[in-house]
Design a protein. Structure first.
Length: 279
């Protein structure tokens, strides 16, 4: 017998936004498919009645397997949440092409692979929602996070296109641009920075500013619980705008990125991240 409740697939549920959304949707009566690369990290969610599954979003085989499983068991997918992400940090000219490829593979290509895996079923049902968790970093590019910002800007653009192309089929596409949200992002960003950083860096004299950028997401962060509750409220209210900005700093950085003249914006950011000290 096919599942009669609304269902949702969420990627990257081990911590932060993904875990928060799994709990929030579960509280609202959805059948939640919570996924993570490390299945042990979400075992506690299973005990709550949430369906858990291993999913490395960079594996097309695993994407196909989870899509086949959900569609065979439930017959459809009501909500897809592309949340899994990777945060590469460090000076752009010192970042390897392999690191750049990893950034786009996780934040852009995998999300599109999941959209392509589930959109045919959504089109057949003439309904569904796709929620792409982007970042305000895709609106306002900051020094020492160029690869990350570029990947989020790409996801913003792809979401805009998907929204227009899928609307005729009854599918809603939301672009979510969080500010600082309580999560393990800073810890993971610092780990990524260590793979890029060199004691011979051109930016060695301002190393503290480079590290400041890696930790920026956890400066006075909004709690994941509060963020996720507000986000689901907005999605379920079918807002006029499909671009959703929530969390500390989300609107300030948007204004800086979209409304400040380029020369002024770059001057401010160069000062904040110590680049003016290299002169």
């Amino acid at each position: 017998m096919l599942n009669s409740k609304k269902n949702v697939l969420i990627t990257g549920c081990s911590t932060g936004i993904g875990r928060g959304l799994a709990l929030e949707y579960h509280k609202r009566g959805y059948k939640v498919w919570a996924t993570a690369r490390n299945l042990d990290s979400i075992n506690d969610l299973q005990k709550l009645g949430i369906v858990t599954a291993r999913l490395d979003v960079n594996s097309q085989q695993q994407i196909d397997e989870i899509a086949n499983k959900i569609l065979s068991e439930d017959g459809r997918l009501d909500v897809l949440v592309n949340n899994a992400g990777y945060g590469s940090m460090g000076p752009l000219v010192e970042t390897s092409i392999e690191e750049l490829q990893q950034q786009f593979s996780t934040n852009v290509f995998s999300a599109m692979a999941l959209v392509q895996a589930f959109s045919p079923a959504m089109i057949d049902e003439s309904s569904g929602a796709i929620i792409n968790i982007g970042s305000v970093s895709g609106v306002c590019t900051t020094p020492f996070s160029g690869t990350y910002c570029a990947s989020k800007a790409a996801m913003n653009s792809l979401s805009d296109c998907l929204r227009m192309e899928l609307k005729p089929f009854g599918i809603r596409v939301f672009t979510v641009q969080p500010g600082a949200i309580q999560s393990d992002f800073a810890r993971n960003a610092n780990a990524a920075l260590e793979r890029v950083w060199s004691e011979h860096s051109f930016y060695k004299s301002i190393e503290s500013f480079v590290r400041k950028r890696a930790n920026a997401s956890q400066e006075r962060p909004t709690t994941a619980e509060s963020f996720c509750r507000k986000l689901v409220n907005k999605v379920e209210s079918q807002p006029i705008s499909s671009v959703i900005r929530l969390g500390n700093g989300s609107w300030a950085l948007t204004v800086l990125g979209q409304w400040f003249p380029t020369v002024l914006r770059e001057s401010i950011l160069s000062s904040v991240f110590g680049l003016n000290r290299l002169k």
